[in-house]
Design a protein around this ligand. Structure first.
Ligand code: AMP
Length: 140
């Protein structure tokens, strides 16, 4: 499998509980390298644009409000099969359904406050990375 990059967010429920280091340790233990990272507080307009594909979903408004309720840490992760590997270590969207040992099973509060986001494809990863980072900020 080829080396690739994926995009990750440590969400406000996790930054609020001071869990950035715990999440990063799980990412690194899985063999992924954090090649870019920054902490920021999204505006409503940014969150609405980032989650634009979910605009018609019933949970959209609550999701945007949650994502701007505190700071997030946005990251670029690199490694063999990074997209799938990251989704494996995050676990299912709903922490009640996430496998034991995954980030969401261990740390998430609810299906909305589920601690982490990860790209679902290499194509979406490239779009999401470009939304938050300039090329010179990615340092493998
Ligand atoms: P995704 O684009 O797959 O990351 O999904 C967006 C986010 O929306 C998820 O990570 C959850 O935080 C949230 N979400 C997804 N499904 C639901 C739901 N049924 N109820 C509330 N929040 C949800």
């Amino acid at each position: 499998m080829a080396t690739e990059r994926t995009f990750s967010i440590i969400k406000p429920d996790a930054t609020r509980r001071n869990l950035t280091g715990r999440v990063n340790a799980m990412i690194e233990a899985a063999g992924l390298r954090i090649v870019a990272q920054k902490r920021l507080h999204m505006t409503r307009a940014m969150a609405e644009e980032f989650y634009g594909v979910h605009r018609e979903r019933g949970f959209f408004s609550d999701l945007v409000t949650f994502m701007i309720s505190g700071p997030v840490v946005v990251q670029v992760l690199q490694g063999e099969g990074a997209v799938l590997k990251h989704r494996d270590i995050m676990g299912a969207t709903d922490p009640k359904k996430a496998a034991a040992g995954t980030i969401r099973a261990e740390l998430a509060e609810s299906i909305e406050a589920n601690s982490v986001h990860g790209s679902d494809s290499a194509e979406n990863a490239a779009t999401e990375i470009a939304f938050f980072f300039a090329g010179i900020e990615l340092v493998g």
